[in-house]
Design a protein around this ligand. Structure first.
Ligand code: ADP
Ligand code: MG
Length: 265
């Protein structure tokens, strides 16, 4: 299939002013082949994400949100179009080069936590460092620091099955952070959580964003999206709307409100 030229005017993409573009998709198409049937999951997506920003991706089920995350997270390749990470074109990289860029720059958080069961929180968080070839002592130290950073320093030895859903998602965030990525991609991170744990998780993501990490979060939930600075709406594989969040939810305020209400009850 010939590579499609990116549209001349990327009218829907934001510019970063003085800031750097950390991720850029141009004219991205993704077509899945399923038993002779073609599923067009993305159609001509243009998206720029500026360093240090927090972006939410919304859209109905099947609109291509996860596909977009996989492509900008270098877990999958587009059928056409280009993807750049920190200015570097990745479309033509070999799998091992892609993996190197991904492991160095990008952390992932998924809806279903994806932790190893009957394995301690510490060992789960160490895992990306095992793949990166980091030695045992340093591995444990960095994993501990990462868990302390998200407030789980007292749960290092707990198995994932001994933790609440919210705590498991926090372990997953610690695992995403342990390699010190500049970008965190979270695909419906609050989807399996009760509302209070969901707010906790969003509060952590917002905190990390304040510390300079670029965050992209997929969500169904308009309240979750209000934590971001900008919302991209997908429909049927296309970006149909960019929205600037005027009154961004401050997770800490909302958290205080929820905790106060829980105490009253
Ligand atoms: N691995 C795959 N093989 C075939 N079709 C897929 C695959 N992954 C996703 N799709 C299809 O692509 C479309 C977009 O899916 P997805 O990106 O998962 O949407 P969302 O995350 O918004 O629910 C859907 O029609 C889905 O069925
Ligand atoms: Mg999805």
């Amino acid at each position: 299939m010939p590579e499609q030229a990116p549209p001349a005017s990327a009218a829907t993409a934001s510019t970063c002013g003085e800031g750097r573009v950390v991720l850029e998709a141009r004219g991205v198409d993704k077509t899945y082949q399923m038993e002779g049937l073609e599923v067009r999951a993305l159609r001509g997506v243009d998206l720029r994400i500026c360093e240090g920003r927090m972006l939410a991706v919304m859209g109905p089920s099947g609109s291509g949100k996860s596909t977009l995350m996989h492509i900008i997270g270098l877990l999958d390749r587009p059928t056409a179009g280009s993807v750049r990470v920190e200015g570097e074109e990745v479309s033509h990289m070999a799998p091992n080069e892609l993996a190197a860029v991904r492991n160095k720059r990008i952390g992932f958080v998924f809806q279903s936590f994806n932790l190893l069961p009957r394995t301690s929180a510490l060992a789960n968080v160490e895992l990306p460092l095992v793949y990166a070839g980091v030695g045992g002592g340093e591995r444990a130290r960095r994993a501990r620091e990462s868990l302390e950073r998200i407030g789980l320093g007292d749960r290092l030895g707990h198995f994932s099955s001994q933790l609440s859903g919210g705590q498991q998602q926090r372990v997953a965030i610690a695992r995403a952070l342990v390699t010190e990525p500049s970008i965190v991609l979270a695909d419906e991170p609050t989807g399996n959580l009760d509302s209070r744990s969901g707010v906790e998780v969003m509060s952590i993501l917002q905190d990390l964003n304040r510390q300079g990490i670029t965050i992209i979060v997929v969500t169904h939930d308009p309240r979750v999206a209000q934590h971001a600075e900008r919302i991209v709406h997908l429909s049927d594989g296309r970006i149909v709307r960019h929205e600037i969040v005027e009154d961004r939810t401050c997770a800490d305020d909302e958290m205080a409100e929820i905790l106060a209400r829980a105490e009253e009850e």
